[in-house]
Ligand binder design. Structure first.
Ligand SMILES: [Zn+2]
Ligand SMILES: [Zn+2]
Length: 233
């Protein structure tokens, strides 16, 4: 089994430990074809990268992309946040990015009905998985996202419905190796509904880049290892 690429990694620009270069070097060491630095976008109050810091990150990534051009495909990614129904913090200049990931995270300001509803759910209020799914998938479509990170983490979604939407929009659903948020049955359901599955390390340290252990176990338990798009059996 061979890991082709890891598109979900963080650095010390947000709350990770190592530099973008360290993540890339680790990916090279593992023989990956591609690696993305996909930092948290600005909308996250706790660890979003914004302003001058984001500009510095992007220019560093552009330089690294050139430097490593002959060795590995370095992708400039961004992990954006769902902020409201159908709305995310994807930047205006999204063409500067090779890859947009979209996910729901804690730490979005509770200033709208969506955020208040999630707060209500977290205190045991009635859950609305289908409405939550619409919030995410509409935001993903508008943002031009290629991947939904850790579906069902922090926010309950309707997995068969999300898989159908993802298939129609050609968006991959992630099995996140840092926190596997899907059961084997849910992973199988996603596959049966024809949506693409991808594994992301969500590495916050260079040594965790390409470290897919728990996600591989989950994919294996679901019997879909051969269908993961960034794995070659
Ligand atoms: Zn995330
Ligand atoms: Zn992440």
């Amino acid at each position: 089994m061979h890991i082709l690429y890891d598109l979900h990694t963080h650095t010390y620009y947000s709350h990770g430990k190592d530099s973008p270069r360290a993540n890339i070097l680790r990916a090279v060491e593992l023989g990956l074809d591609a690696v993305a630095i996909s930092e948290h976008a600005s909308g996250n109050m706790y660890y979003g990268v914004r302003g001058k810091k984001l500009e510095k990150l992007n220019s560093e990534l552009k330089a690294l992309k050139k430097e490593f051009d002959d060795i590995i495909d370095v992708k400039i990614g961004l992990e954006c946040n769902v902020l409201d129904y159908g709305l995310s913090d994807v930047p205006e200049n999204r063409s500067d990015y090779d890859l947009i990931i979209l996910g729901y995270h804690k730490g979005i300001p509770p200033t709208n009905a969506f955020a208040r509803h999630i707060l209500f759910e977290s205190f045991g209020g009635k859950s609305s998985p289908k409405r939550n799914t619409d919030a995410i998938m509409e935001a993903a479509e508008k943002a031009g996202a290629a991947i939904i990170s850790h579906p069902n983490e922090y926010l309950r979604v309707d997995i068969p419905y999300m898989a159908n939407c993802a298939r129609e929009l050609d968006i991959a659903l992630e099995i996140n190796a840092k926190h596997v948020s899907l059961t084997a049955e849910q992973i199988r359901t996603i596959h049966e509904h024809g949506a693409k599955l991808i594994i992301g390390s969500d590495a916050h340290r260079a040594e965790d880049v390409g470290s897919f252990g728990s996600a591989l176990d989950a994919a294996n338990a679901a019997g879909v290892l051969g269908s993961i798009i960034n794995i070659q059996e």
